[in-house]
Design a protein around this ligand. Structure first.
Ligand SMILES: [Zn+2]
Length: 353
């Protein structure tokens, strides 16, 4: 059904030219809307590492039990991306598991527990760090071993550098440095593991329009750490993941997140997360790809200090009432689906200098 719809969009594209066809294809096949999956993001699985990015082995195993209990299928990240993009139906409850930074502690119990269940996961690594501190990070030999047991090894930049800064859009040498960090990592993975799955996780989850444009041209699929689910209409240069460590390890809120679907909006219209000083608080415009099934609710930091204007039947403008504080922030928007307890979810990250 989705494929058929895409094909008719392509035929339209040929017949009427790019401008109009983009408009025509903006309406979406209803069967693509709920064909989505969520991604969980972990860092350390250890009790001696920083709370904010850690959870215990015991808690991690409880998460796996929760995934089982809720009837989820644990999917391979690259395969699931391919499925949503091409319109191949995924199980209604699908989840992919990811680990950032490649810490050694994930191999103590977390990876063996996944292996025991035959479940895949993806490990995003920094080649420049893992060779410097082999007692702290998984080594290439260890990563090679896990790559033979359903774990995908993927790109997290050479040394976990910051990739965004205010003047980056016009700073060629900065851009060159970041591009090198990504391509060098891609080459190292190919050399040591034997493949490149073309999957990149942004260090600190931070991104900007110029990096997205370049990644798209390189056909690299990229992940942030804003929340939400992945569907055919997602922005594949800024895919959402739900952090599941620290305060986010709580099973009740994790259940709600696991059951989310991607809010069906035009992701091409989302702004860069970099907030310039003269546009704080930033405004977010959302255009639904279908008629709303329920009211849209938006919040910031769990509190409803937002202005939400409905511009038309499918368009909204959202803005915080006060200036956002320096650092990282996000607007979250949800809409109840037709199924009780399941929400469409979108998170827009902001970086304020
Ligand atoms: Zn990281």
């Amino acid at each position: 059904m989705v494929k058929l719809f895409q094909r008719s969009c392509l035929i339209l594209l040929g017949l009427v030219g790019l401008q109009f066809s983009k408009l025509a294809c903006a309406a979406i096949d209803p069967s693509a809307i709920d064909n989505s999956f969520v991604i969980l993001q972990y860092h350390h699985v250890d009790e001696t590492t920083p709370d904010v990015t850690s959870l215990s082995n015991e808690k991690f195993i409880q998460h796996l039990q929760l995934i089982e209990k809720l009837g989820f299928t644990v999917v391979d990240l690259a395969e699931a991306i391919d499925s949503v993009r091409t319109g191949k139906a995924l199980p209604d409850k699908s989840v992919a598991i990811t680990f950032d930074d490649g810490y050694k502690n994930i191999a103590v119990q977390a990876l063996p527990e996944l292996q025991k269940r035959g479940w895949p996961a993806t490990i995003f690594v920094n080649p420049g760090l893992l060779t410097k501190s082999p007692s702290f990070y998984l080594t290439w030999d260890e990563l090679k071993y896990w790559s033979k047991h359903k774990m995908t090894i993927a790109n997290h930049g050479w040394e976990h550098d910051y990739w965004v800064r205010n003047d980056a859009a016009t700073n060629q040498s900065w851009q060159q440095k970041i591009k090198q960090s990504i391509t060098k990592t891609e080459l190292a993975i190919e050399q040591h593991i034997g493949y490149s799955k073309k999957l990149v996780a942004y260090p600190y989850g931070e991104y900007d329009t110029w990096i997205q444009d370049w990644l798209k041209a390189q056909k690299l699929v990229t992940f942030g750490q804003q929340s939400g689910a992945v569907a055919q209409f997602s922005d594949f240069t800024a895919l959402p993941r739900f952090p599941a460590s620290g305060i986010y390890a709580d099973e009740k809120t994790l259940t709600t997140k696991l059951l989310t679907k991607a809010l069906p909006v035009d992701y091409n219209l989302l702004p860069s997360p970099i907030v310039q000083p003269n546009s704080n608080p930033p405004s977010l415009q959302l255009k639904l790809l279908t008629a709303p099934v329920n009211p849209l609710n938006c919040f910031i930091g769990g509190k409803a200090e937002m202005d939400l204007q409905k511009l038309s039947a499918t368009e909204y403008k959202i803005s915080a009432k006060q200036k956002l504080e320096k650092g990282r922030s996000r607007y979250n928007c949800t809409m109840q689906t037709k199924q009780n307890g399941r929400f469409y979810w979108l998170s827009q990250p902001w970086v304020i200098d």
